[in-house]
Design a binder for this molecule. Structure first.
Ligand SMILES: Cc1cc2nc3c(=O)[nH]c(=O)nc-3n(C[C@H](O)[C@H](O)[C@H](O)COP(=O)(O)OP(=O)(O)OC[C@H]3O[C@@H](n4cnc5c(N)ncnc54)[C@H](O)[C@@H]3O)c2cc1C
Length: 334
């Protein structure tokens, strides 16, 4: 059905916002699963949409993406490339670049629109905005972790648990969720060592210790100084005292840093969580700023690819209705 040429199939005026000077119906900031899914819905609803994407999807360090029905095991890059092709087939414009600033303009008609500033200085206008900028994982500062992240240093057993099942796992105490993580990964391996790293054993509650013992998780005190790798594969975790624990997988708890600067610039209300400050949104992703929706990891650190795609879909569908009703009201009441 989709034209691979990227041309519209139906003669409808898609993607002409820039050319005819009226701006876009919607600018989508971020072209990961959330942004592209939104764009697909917008294009199919015959809206003029632009996706601006800086090209740094969160799962880029990983060569495979799991848990998305019918796409299980696909590479993140291939998944997004397929998405971009589908979206372009409905006339949505895709631009590689970064939105560096955004302002809300009062149009004087009781509504507003938005001006987005792109790196390079170009500006684009839109009646509605979707912020699908994702988040950045701030990794624990242990030598070797960043280099191996997404390969044998992992953060999520739902993403990469099955693939490494029954191997000797380590879990680095590095976030508020680390005990939970050590317990969870015991579903995928019965050989789990929980490295306390900078946490004192006394900081673990009785319940933590009971559960860890019941799950067969070995608790090892002492700071982790680095990783040992041979032939580019993790073979061990080295403690500061020089001892090495043979492990082929290490789970860590990155600190999620949501990319909310554009939302903050627009004055969107954020809510603090132990995993960063995220925008307050309604079930469609509408933020506290009228006309601005958010989706994917920009609204929550636990959004997996399938959730992000779903969030983008919901936001776009809400915008289709919102724009239609706005236009009908304008036509009937002036
Ligand atoms: C190592 C790793 C492996 C993972 N594996 C899986 C897995 O197997 N299965 C799974 O379901 N989930 C997995 N995830 C989670 C997955 O990455 C997220 O669920 C998903 O990326 C969220 O999609 P998103 O569209 O919200 O954000 P992203 O995919 O991060 O996309 C956001 C996009 O917005 C762009 N952007 C940011 N700011 C701007 C700006 N100002 N202007 C323009 N563009 C901007 C970014 O460059 C990026 O391209 C994994 C995560 C990690 C870290």
């Amino acid at each position: 059905m989709t034209e691979k040429s990227g041309k519209p199939r139906d003669g409808f005026a898609h993607g002409t916002g820039e050319r005819d000077g009226t701006g876009y119906d919607v600018v989508v900031v971020g072209g990961g699963a959330a942004g592209l899914s939104a764009a697909l819905v917008l294009g199919r609803a015959r809206l003029r949409a632009l996706v601006v994407d800086a090209g740094e999807p969160r799962n880029a360090p990983s060569s495979h993406m799991q848990g998305y029905l019918s796409r299980d095991g696909m590479s993140p890059a291939a998944f997004l490339a397929a998405g971009r092709e589908e979206v372009a087939g409905y006339g949505v414009e895709l631009l590689a670049g970064r939105v560096t600033d955004v302002t809300r303009n009062d149009t004087g008609t009781g509504t507003a629109d938005f001006t987005a500033l792109l790196d390079g200085g170009r500006t684009v206008r839109a009646r509605r905005l979707i912020v699908a900028t994702g988040l950045k994982d701030e990794l624990p500062a242990v030598p070797g972790v960043a280099e191996r992240f997404g390969r044998d240093v992992l953060h999520c057993p739902f993403c990469h648990g099955w693939e490494v099942r029954d191997q000797p796992f380590g879990v680095l105490a590095s976030s508020a969720m680390s005990v939970h993580q050590a317990l969870m990964v015991s579903r995928w391996s019965k050989d789990v060592v929980f490295f306390l790293h900078t946490v004192a054993e006394e900081e673990l509650s009785d319940q933590d210790l009971r559960r860890l013992a019941a799950a067969g998780v070995d608790v090892v005190p002492g700071e982790v100084a680095g990783l040992v790798a041979e032939d580019d594969r993790l073979t061990g975790v080295r403690l500061a005292d020089g001892s090495v624990h043979a492990r082929s997988v290490l789970y860590v708890g990155p600190r999620p840093v949501p990319r909310t600067s554009l939302l903050e610039r627009l004055g969107a209300e954020l809510s603090e969580t132990p995993f960063g400050a995220y925008p307050v949104v309604d079930p469609t992703g509408l933020t506290s700023v009228p006309g601005v929706w958010a989706a994917g990891n920009a609204v929550g650190f636990a959004e997996q690819v399938v959730h992000a795609a779903s969030g983008g879909y919901r936001a776009a569908a809400a915008i289709v209705g919102d724009l239609l009703m706005t236009d009908l009201d304008t036509a009937t009441t002036g």
